[in-house]
Design a protein around this ligand. Structure first.
Ligand code: GAP
Length: 502
């Protein structure tokens, strides 16, 4: 299967343009020409992103009695990053082209070459190339990586030459001054993953919430990486948000939990509406310094199948490292009886299975999947017309606005009735009232931001307290008593619709 399609860059451009025009995502500091790889979420974007985050949060902490939440600080003692291995090992292999003076990630150049083989119908050669790259990177054989680039005759897209420097490692962490009074104080880092805030709080959480292994700690928060390849919109950012869950297990059971969470996380994406054929698992070619096994859930973005979520079996690596550097025991006493010995399992450092999804990548996948253009026919007989409609088919549970209320005209008491309806439902749902423009134009505006229902208040409403509900996806209109709206909308937009599929 092809991983890239040149025509799809046009699709990404449409998504970027749509995201800006309808208040989903803006380039950061745009009036100063924008800061590369940093983005801001607009009025509809922040609602959609918050809904996705809340859905993930409730999936983790509400549906699992043994998963609890945490909100750790971004700044941590710098020794955290020494223990975790990020100071020594959180690097990207970079290479410069001597003619264009452009800098690239060596692994990305090779991955793109592998994708070319795949697109040209030679997936075996592509797979062999990524496997060889993984081997060289795992061995930190940077001269070998450079030689592979030369052997593959990879050229700089700007200069067109293969005049490459040596490959060298570049640390991805941002740092800032740690102390206002001591200029010799070590720098503090902007965390490159939220997971370490969970590890260092492992015992605080376990003891205060009186948790028994296996249990999980979930967290949503900002992470920062000085990414060199900054493109593909919000796919790769320097400041982004992660939704991570560390699941602490008895050593020896990690394989079972790795498989369990792998399947559960894929079901989450499917339940949210990402089609099964656009999701796939991809085992890592090169394991991160902390991982014993790792798989990505990839989604087919317009620029090919790319990582959306990582599931990692981290063994006891992190807790043991923190235990050694902090000299504080990071052990759990397991009083369950081991059937093999007839004695309690006793003290151990738990193993960890991690699920880690980028809120921004989930947002992008959701947007890519939802934005659709379709041909529709309107009217009847001689009046019938065919036109195209752009519609954002978001899952109703995550749509920024759940229903838009339209008084048919701006007189005869209809705006007041519409406002009354807004006031009676605003405690339950996020709604808007729109009075301006024709009903058709108002429907179009709501289709473009993914509002699942539009409610028209007309003269009949004043007589019998019924309204017309127009459904975004089918465009069908149904007459309904106002008294039924809360139940009807509530059922359609409830997170339960997603939870039931998990
Ligand atoms: N704690 C494990 C960890 O951080 P990762 O695979 O490096 O693992 C996890 O990152 C997820 O975070 C990725 O699957 C992706 O969704 C998101 N992510 C990572 N780097 C990102 C970036 N530069 N921009 C946006 N999202 C990113």
């Amino acid at each position: 299967m092809s991983t890239t399609n040149p025509a799809d860059s046009a699709q990404l451009k449409d998504i970027v343009a749509h995201a800006k025009e309808y208040g989903f995502v803006f380039q950061s500091s745009e009036i100063y020409d924008g800061l590369a790889a940093v983005y801001d979420y607009g009025p509809n974007g922040v609602e959609l992103k918050n809904n996705l985050k809340r859905l993930w949060w409730e999936t983790m902490t509400q549906l699992h009695g043994n998963v609890v939440g945490l909100d750790a600080a971004i700044f941590m003692d710098p020794r955290t990053w020494q223990a975790s291995g990020h100071i020594a090992g959180f690097n990207d292999p970079l290479v410069d082209n001597l003619d264009s003076k452009k800098r690239y990630r060596a692994d990305v150049l090779l991955e793109e070459k592998a994708a070319e083989y795949e697109a040209a119908g030679d997936p075996g050669r592509g797979a062999a190339l990524t496997a060889e790259m993984g081997r060289l990177l795992t061995d930190n054989d940077l001269a070998g990586v450079r030689q592979l680039i030369l052997d593959e005759k990879i050229k700089c897209p700007v200069s067109g030459t293969g005049n490459w420097t040596d490959v060298r490692q570049f640390n991805l962490m941002f740092s800032t001054q740690g102390s206002a009074v001591d200029s010799d104080a070590p720098p503090v880092y902007l965390r490159p993953e939220t997971a370490q805030g969970i590890f260092v709080n492992f015992l605080n959480v376990q003891k205060s919430a009186r948790l028994k292994v296996p249990f999980g700690i979930a967290q949503i928060g900002k992470a920062f990486r000085n990414e060199i390849v900054a493109r593909q919109f919000i796919f790769r950012m320097r400041e982004f948000e992660q939704m991570e869950m560390q699941f602490f297990v008895r050593p020896g059971t990690e394989g079972h939990w790795y498989d369990t969470w792998k399947a559960a996380r894929r079901r989450f994406h499917e339940a949210l509406g990402l089609p099964a054929h656009k999701l796939r698992f991809h085992d890592h070619d090169k394991l991160a310094h902390y991982a014993k096994a790792a798989v990505d859930i990839e989604y087919e973005f317009p620029f090919g199948f790319k990582e959306m979520e990582g599931i990692h079996s981290r063994s006891d690596f992190d807790l043991t490292q923190h235990q050694e550097l902090s000299r504080k025991k990071q052990q759990y006493f397991d009083n369950d009886v081991n059937p093999e010995t007839g004695k309690p399992y006793g003290n151990y450092v738990p193993y960890v299975v991690e699920t880690s999804v980028g809120a921004d990548r989930l947002f992008l996948a959701t947007l890519c999947e939802a934005l659709q253009t379709e041909t529709i026919t309107e009217g009847e007989g001689e009046e019938q017309k065919t036109k195209t409609r752009t519609v954002l088919r978001l899952h109703p549970a995550v749509a920024p606005v759940k229903a838009a209320i339209f008084p048919l005209v701006r007189k005869d008491g209809l705006p007041e009735k519409a406002q009354q309806l807004f006031d009676s439902l605003k405690f339950d749902f996020r709604l808007v009232v729109e009075e301006r423009d024709s009903i058709g134009t108002r429907y179009t505006r709501q289709d473009l931001i993914g509002t699942p229902f539009c409610i028209a208040v007309d003269h009949q409403t004043l007589e019998d307290d019924t309204v017309t509900v127009r459904h975004r996806d089918s465009r069908l209109q149904t007459r309904m008593p106002i008294a039924d709206l809360r139940g009807f909308i509530g059922e359609a937009v409830s997170f339960k619709r997603v939870f039931e599929l998990l």
